[in-house]
Design a protein around this ligand. Sequence first.
Ligand code: SF4
Length: 289
Amino acid sequence: MQIHLARSAGFCFGVRRAIKIARSLAASHKTVCMLGDLVHNETVIQELEAAGIRKIKRLGLSHNGKLLIRAHGASRRTLAMARHHGYALVNATCPMVREIHQIVRSMDRQGRRVIVIGDRHHDEVLGIIGQIARRAVIIDHAKHIPWKALRHVRKAAVVVQSTQNLDRILPIVERLETRIADVRFFNTICKPTRLKQEEIKILPLQNDAILIVGSRTSANTKRLYEISKGLNSRTHWIQSPQELDPRWFRNVRSLGITTGASTPETTTRAVIARIRGIIRPTARRRTGA
Ligand code: SF4
């Protein structure tokens, strides 16, 4: 059995940057906290905690403490509250998420109703809608468009959670355009997400089975799994090598693997090593060679 590891597997730019900021901060400061998970991966979070970064769920009073703002960003209210509680903020928000924040603020100033297409409970979406005082509309599915809330809207600006799948987004935008006179659409799906999704639209057609490696809390990993599963029913999603099931590899001559944007290379290597232990394949990176 051959293993084809996707070229785009591994950390995205935003996650790598956030981890680098966190590590260098932990090396130079005693009191460093992160509000929630810096990125959506349990192994990374354990490593950061081992480096001395404390994960907090709520803001408490701090004296000279540093607070890391996660890659997904945070609302303006959260930032203001953190400062109020005495934290010095270190912003590890991905630049691509910051760009969405800027668009949303600018469109709101221009009087457009902001519509965010994404998972309504995801940190990134909450951070996006938290950039403006006026209530933004969140749409998570073409079947759930809140027409009542949009009935008086004449001018709208639509942005997208950075890890969404464009194929699911465009039908929503098309439907909005039938009822709202002036819609400005910003495709804010980030480049690393697009590359990963482009690859996972091909890998499942070229391989007998597919493995998606990433946290259950990772939105971009979930998207990769959904796309792959739709193309190849022998798609499996694991967080760690321990979840591998030898039965998945029966009659499999080629296995495609990709990972979420916050899955460390160490996890991917461990997964491949365990598969080798199960079936002794020849692993090679998918380089087209
Ligand atoms: S998935 Fe995209 S938006 Fe999210 S951290 Fe990575 S590069 Fe930034």
